[in-house]
Each structure stands twice: as structure tokens, then as C-alpha cells.
Design a protein around this ligand. Structure first.
Ligand SMILES: Nc1ncnc2c1ncn2[C@@H]1O[C@H](COP(=O)(O)OP(=O)(O)O)[C@@H](O)[C@H]1O
Ligand SMILES: [Mg+2]
Length: 251
């Protein structure tokens, strides 16, 4: 009940509605920015051609746009017809992928990993946009155990054999250790920061936490930039940078 109220309240929030309208109005621009992030990510992962590239989308805190960026990156990679792409919802604490894509959450990742469902049953192909989606699945009490074990690592190996690009949406690293627990077994991590929301100290701490977990940091996405405020001349966008270059203000 409380959850529903929260959802309703969010839907009525005029600022967030305005933002989504802005995204819809600027679809081509959004596509263009995610396309350049796609190229940068692709170039920053160097590996043999036989295995797919696995990368993690994360951030320090919640609501910085991890799921939003995961979906838009899946679209950007899927836009190239020969690419085989999957986005996996590994945020077992606050899964959102299914909501944004309007698909059922079960069966999904946890159902497949616990052998309740087969892989084809646990994933869905968005034919129009050419990417596969694996939702988080049935809620489990022990998500960190689930994502840090051998089983999950062999799941990543299986995905590498079947897909060219594997995008992993995760919970915030400063709140949950899940992303850190498997980041080192992927090809790298993309950190999302949100303009006007993320802070430099939190970003610094996020980078340090990921580095301690032996993750390779591929770059940062500065999400939700209002370029018009900064004199860029056009309304809306993202930037992609390396290390801390994509930093936000101290807000
Ligand atoms: N660039 C953006 N423009 C407009 N709305 C955005 C943008 N990025 C995120 N949002 C919205 O902000 C909210 C939180 O984003 P989400 O991707 O769920 O964050 P996270 O996964 O980091 O918790 C969602 O309602 C999402 O639609
Ligand atoms: Mg999310």
C-alpha cells in the first residue's frame, strides 16, 4: 500500500514529469549522446573477439540514473543490428528495469540462477529495439550471497558466450556491496553521476570503493545535464568522460 502511494506521488511530481517530457521531446539528442557513450565504452574494453563484453552500470547513491542509462545504452548497442545485447537487472534491492520497460519481473535472474526456470523463460527479447532483457526475478533475502558466488560468475561466462554486450544494472555501491562483489569479474564499470544531485565527495568515495574491489573503471556518465544553463546552446544531454573528468559540481 505504502509502495503504491509512493509510486502515485512520484507520477504526480511535476518536476519529474517535465523531465520525462524533455527526454521525449529530445529523443534524437538523447540517442546521439548515448551513442557516443556506446562508442567510448566499446573502445575502452579491449579483449578477444570470441567473447562478449560485460560491463556494470553503477553509481554511489540511488536515483542517479543507473537504470535509465542501462536501458538507453542497451538501445544504443542494439541499434546496430548485428549486435547481440542483453541488459540484466542485478539490483535485487530495488529492481526497476521491468517497470521502465513494462514487462513482468518474474521469472528473471534469481529464478534462472535457482534453477526454477530455463534461460529462455527468464529473459525477454525486445525485438523492436534489438536487445534482450533479464529482469531481477523473484525476490531473494540474500542478494549479496546470490551475486558473489561461483554460480553468478559462471552465469557471466555463459552470457559472454551468447551475447556481444552484456549490460549489468546494479544497486548503488555506497549503499549495498553487490556491485562490488562481482565487478572484478566483468570488463569494467561505468559510473553514473547526476547533474545537480551527485556530489564530488560521494563520487570520490564511489571510485575508491570500486578500486578497492579491483574493478576497472571505464568512465563516467554525467546524466541529466541541463546544457542550456551552462551556455552550451541546446537543451539537454549527457557527457561521457574518463576517471573523474565527468565530475559534477559540489552541490
Ligand atoms: N536523464 C534523465 N532525464 C529524466 N529523468 C531521468 C533521467 N535519469 C533518470 N531519470 C529518472 O529519475 C528516476 C531515477 O532514475 P533511475 O534510473 O531509476 O535511478 P537509479 O537506477 O540510479 O536508482 C527515474 O524516475 C528516471 O526515469
Ligand atoms: Mg536502478
Amino acid at each position: 500500500m505504502a509502495k503504491n502511494n509512493k509510486l502515485k506521488a512520484r507520477r504526480r511530481d511535476p518536476a519529474s514529469r517535465q523531465k520525462i517530457e524533455l527526454v521525449n521531446e529530445n529523443r534524437d539528442l538523447v540517442r546521439e549522446h548515448f551513442n557516443s557513450a556506446r562508442i567510448n565504452i566499446d573502445y575502452s574494453i579491449i579483449k578477444d573477439a570470441d567473447n562478449g563484453k560485460v560491463f556494470v552500470i553503477t553509481s554511489g547513491l540511488q536515483s542517479e540514473g543507473k537504470t535509465f542509462c542501462s536501458i538507453n545504452l542497451a538501445r544504443a548497442f542494439g541499434n546496430i543490428q548485428e549486435n547481440k545485447v542483453i541488459v540484466v537487472d542485478c539490483d535485487l534491492h530495488a529492481p526497476k528495469l521491468h517497470r521502465y520497460l513494462n514487462v513482468p519481473n518474474k521469472p528473471g535472474l534469481t529464478d534462472f540462477l535457482s534453477n526454477k526456470n530455463t534461460f529462455p523463460e527468464s529473459c525477454f527479447y525486445n525485438q523492436k529495439e534489438n536487445f534482450h532483457v533479464m529482469t531481477s526475478g523473484t525476490r531473494v533475502p540474500n542478494s549479496t550471497v546470490f551475486l558473489s558466488g561461483k554460480l553468478f560468475r559462471s552465469f557471466l561466462r555463459m552470457l559472454r558466450k551468447q551475447f556481444d554486450y552484456i549490460i549489468i544494472d546494479t544497486p548503488p555501491v555506497l549503499q549495498v556491496t553487490d556491485a562490488c562483489s562481482f565487478a572484478a569479474h566483468t570488463d569494467g564499470v561505468v559510473i553514473v553521476t547526476r547533474a545537480g544531485q551527485s556530489t564530488k565527495p560521494a563520487l570520490k568515495q564511489t571510485i575508491e570503493t570500486l578500486e578497492k574491489a579491483q574493478a576497472t573503471i571505464l568512465g563516467t556518465i554525467l546524466n541529466d545535464v541541463d546544457f542550456s544553463k551552462q551556455g552550451y546552446g541546446y537543451g539537454y544531454g549527457y557527457s561521457y568522460g574518463y576517471g573523474t573528468e565527468g565530475d559534477t559540481s559540489d552541490s
